[in-house]
Design a protein around this ligand. Structure first.
Ligand code: MG
Length: 378
C-alpha cells in the first residue's frame, strides 16, 4: 500500500499572485481551496454581428446576420468568456442587452464561486433579457471552470463519450438551393429540416433526393390544423423523420396535446419552452423540450431544465441559436445526457471568434479545455 502522501501544491492557469491555490494530495483527501483577495469581478461586454454563410429562412422570417454580445468576466487574472445571441424573434437587441448589462454591478461580488448568489442577482435585475443574462451566466461558468481547471461536463459528472450526433439545419428554400445545401451537409448523419412555410413536401422530397440520413423537422409553429398536421406527421414518418419540433402555435396547448397523443413521432416544444418553470407545464402536452441557453438564461438553468425533463421521462434536445463557438461549446457541456443535439449554430457563420466543441463524423465532440471548453481565437 502506498504511504507516500506528498502534497502537491499546484497552480491553476492563472497568473502569479492569484487568489486560488489548487492543493491536493495524491489520495485526493484534501480538496482544492482558494483565498479570496477582496477583488471584485470585472465585467466587460461588446456588441458584435455574426455573418451567416447562407440566407437563413424559417417559417416566420429570413436574415443574413445575427446580433450577438460578447462578454468577459475577469477575476484574479483569469477570464471567462460568454455570449448572448439575439435573433430578432427573441425580442432582444444590442440596445436592450447594452441597457441590461450596463445596469449590473458585478464588481460587488468578490467570490466567483458564489454562482447561485451572483446569478440570482442577475436574473432578478430585470424581467426578460434572457440572452443577455445567459451572456453573464456563460462567462461565469467559464471563469469558475477555469479556476477549478475542469470543463463543466466533468464538474457535472457526465461522460464526454456519450455526446450525441448533432443535426445540421437546412432552412426553407427553393428546391435547387435545398439540394445544394443538403449536399454541402454530407458530413452530418442527421439533418434538421425547417418546414411550415407552405412547401413541406417539396422541402422533404428535395432533401431525400440526395440523402438517406434520418431527418428531424422544425415547423416553427407553421401548422394551423391539427388533423392536417397529423396526416403530415404520418407521411413524414414514412420519409424517415424521427421527431417534430413545434408543429403548432406555442399557446395552442389543446391541439398540441391532441397531436402528441395521436402522433407516431415525438413532438418537441421549442418556442413554447423558455424557462425551467415551463417544463412541468408542458409535461403531457409535448413529448419533449428543446432547451437553449439563450432562452433560459444560461447553463445554470439549462442544467435544471434537462435534469427535470429527464426526471419526467420527457425527451430532451439541446439546441442553439446562430452563435459563435463560445455559446455552442457552453451548450455542448450538457450534451452527454440529452437525446438529441442541434448544435450547429457556429457552423452557420463565417466569422467565429472562438474554437471549442467540434463536430467529428457528425458527433458532438467536446474539447478538454476547462470551463465551457472554448478558447478565443481572434
Ligand atoms: Mg426550433
Amino acid at each position: 500500500m502506498k504511504t507516500n502522501r506528498r502534497i502537491f501544491i499546484g497552480t491553476t492557469t492563472m497568473a502569479a499572485g492569484a487568489g486560488i491555490l489548487s492543493s491536493f494530495s495524491k489520495d485526493g483527501k484534501s480538496l482544492p481551496h482558494y483565498k479570496p483577495t477582496g477583488n471584485g469581478l470585472k465585467f466587460t461586454f461588446r456588441p458584435f454581428e455574426l455573418q451567416l454563410r447562407h440566407v437563413f429562412t424559417i417559417a416566420s422570417n429570413s436574415r443574413t446576420t445575427t446580433a450577438v454580445m460578447l462578454t468577459e468576466l475577469e477575476w484574479e487574472g483569469v477570464t471567462g468568456y460568454g455570449e448572448a445571441s439575439m435573433p430578432p424573434y427573441l425580442g432582444e437587441s444590442h440596445q436592450t442587452a447594452t441597457k441590461f448589462l450596463s445596469s449590473l454591478n458585478l464588481s460587488q461580488f468578490k467570490d466567483p464561486f458564489k454562482m447561485e448568489e451572483i446569478l440570482d442577482y442577475v436574473d432578478a435585475a430585470l424581467p426578460g433579457n434572457c440572452a443577455a443574462k445567459a451572456a453573464v451566466d456563460i462567462a461565469l461558468h467559464d471563469l469558475v471552470g477555469k479556476l477549478l481547471n475542469q470543463p463543466w461536463h466533468r464538474i457535472w459528472g457526465y461522460s464526454p463519450e456519450n455526446t450525441p450526433l448533432t443535426t445540421f439545419t437546412i432552412g426553407i428554400d427553393k428546391s435547387e438551393q435545398v439540394i445544394a445545401k443538403t449536399k454541402e451537409a454530407s458530413a452530418f448523419k442527421v439533418l434538421k429540416i425547417k418546414i411550415g412555410g407552405g412547401n413541406d413536401e417539396e422541402m422533404i422530397k428535395s432533401v431525400r433526393s440526395v440523402t438517406k440520413v434520418p431527418l428531424c423537422v422544425d415547423v416553427n409553429q407553421g401548422w394551423k390544423d391539427r388533423q392536417e398536421a397529423l396526416d403530415k406527421i404520418f407521411w413524414l414518418k414514412e420519409q424517415g423523420v424521427v421527431f417534430i419540433e413545434q408543429p403548432m402555435a406555442k399557446h395552442d396547448f389543446d391541439d398540441t396535446a391532441w397531436l402528441t397523443q395521436h402522433s407516431p413521432l415525438p413532438i418537441l416544444a421549442d418556442e413554447a419552452m423558455q424557462r425551467v418553470g415551463d417544463v412541468e407545464r408542458l409535461h403531457g402536452v409535448y413529448s419533449g423540450v428543446n432547451c437553449k441557453l439563450m432562452k433560459c438564461t444560461g447553463m445554470r438553468e439549462a442544467h435544471k431544465i434537462i435534469e427535470m425533463a429527464r426526471s419526467l421521462k420527457m425527451k430532451t434536445l439541446m439546441g442553439c441559436m446562430t452563435e459563435t463557438s463560445c455559446g455552442i461549446s457552453a451548450a455542448a457541456q450538457l450534451s452527454p445526457i440529452v437525446d438529441w443535439a442541434d448544435l450547429d449554430g457556429n457552423l452557420l457563420i463565417s466569422n467565429d471568434q472562438f474554437e471549442g466543441m467540434k463536430v467529428l463524423e457528425g458527433k458532438v465532440t467536446l474539447s478538454d479545455l476547462p470551463g465551457i471548453g472554448a478558447k478565443k481565437i481572434i
